[in-house]
Ligand binder design. Structure first.
Ligand code: SF4
Length: 163
């Protein structure tokens, strides 16, 4: 997997202060995407052990709530294996931190991925400019859902996170 950036002390992409991994590769091509530079699966840098350690260093800080994977799309078909290993390892090493994922896929199409059980919150669906709303937390447009993954998998129904 490749990535463009790791940002720190982020307050916009999930609950609390977070470290955010911006991965490369997205096939959704939403019109008005704010980040088209991230579409190329071959863009950016290799996400190697030094990238993992940069994130883990942040997660070791008490005031960091967790890690968010965004992009690009962490669930691009070519990113799924590496995303899965990374979040599985993160969940094992930092059981008290939360894992959020932003994806352009809809929940029903990706909920059965085997590593989904390690994810706390997933923000799904493409960005739709006509539904853009800056007042709603964590989402770019109103069509996107902020999903409590663990509860949704447990009861077999989509449970939304409310703020
Ligand atoms: S899913 Fe996100 S990164 Fe991909 S095209 Fe849509 S807005 Fe851009």
């Amino acid at each position: 997997m490749r990535y463009h950036n790791i940002t720190k002390d982020d307050m916009l992409n999930g609950d609390g202060l977070r470290v955010v991994l911006w991965v490369a590769g997205c096939e959704h091509r939403c019109p008005d995407c704010q980040n088209p530079v991230t579409w190329d699966i071959n863009g950016g840098l290799e996400f190697d052990e030094s990238g993992v350690q940069e994130i883990f260093e942040e997660l070791n800080k008490n005031y960091i709530s967790g890690v968010t994977l965004s992009g690009g799309d962490p669930l691009h078909k070519k990113n799924r294996a590496d995303t899965g290993s990374f979040i599985e390892r993160t969940a094992r090493e930092f059981p008290d931190k939360t894992i959020w994922i932003y994806t352009g896929y809809e929940w029903q199409d990706i909920k059965d991925l085997p590593f989904m059980k390690y994810v706390d919150v997933l923000v799904d669906g493409p960005f739709i400019e006509s539904q853009k709303d800056n007042r709603i937390p964590w989402r770019g447009s109103a069509n996107q859902k902020v999903i409590d993954v663990k509860k949704s998998l447990e009861i077999g129904k989509t449970v939304l996170v409310m703020k």
